[in-house]
Design a protein around this ligand. Sequence first.
Ligand SMILES: [Zn+2]
Length: 256
Amino acid sequence: MGNIVLESDGKVQTMPYTLKRRNGKRGITIRIFADGSVVVSASSREPIANIEAFLLLKQEWIMKKVALMRSRPQLPQHTWTDGDVFPFFGNLVPLRIERDVWLGRKTSSIIVQDNEMIIMTASQDIDQKKVHDLVIAFYRERALSILSDEIPRRASELGLPVPSFSVIDCYGRWGSCSSSKKLSFAVRIATLPVRLIEYLVLHELAHLVHFNHGSEFKALLSSRMPDWRKRQKELYEMQALSDLRLYASQSGSSVR
Ligand SMILES: [Zn+2]
């Protein structure tokens, strides 16, 4: 753990940070975690003076990010065990695990029923990783299922051929459209209310017509979904809640 004195907007503060040395690491990376902690990674050879100089260079960014993280309501981390709560198509559903269940050939299964997510497992015990994998596989299947209806329906409204699409485990973006006209959507779209999934589908399909976010693109969205800006804003607000990663989420990172 090191300390560095940062000065920004007339405020001087001592910022503690954790330094992680890694052999072969290239450059210096600063990460700000959800609890506001600062972690710096650098190779074991990087002189401390360089690291401190980089921190000073990035001080505005660091202070802004830390303040942002601390001002955010802290969402509890997923525990991936009984009582954990998951967003599922816009509802919050608690998780219940039933152990020692006879499932025939299967070792486990997962359903959402009566506003509850239920994992049944044939074994006595089930670890976090296994619960995580089951939950993600379930979200993926549900995302595929809704997209299989929504994409052809919207594409025909727009007079477009139905594009091929996939569901990927990614956190950088909700959806994307490649230059080869293939759409992909994040697994975690299944956390969202259906109206936000509708917006994402329309947005990516509109890229098949306009491969940018220009005025024609926006006009197309408005003609099909007059309240798309409102939905887009709601999507930003769902960002943290929809995090389904197994380990602590991190936010910004700055790299030299
Ligand atoms: Zn876009």
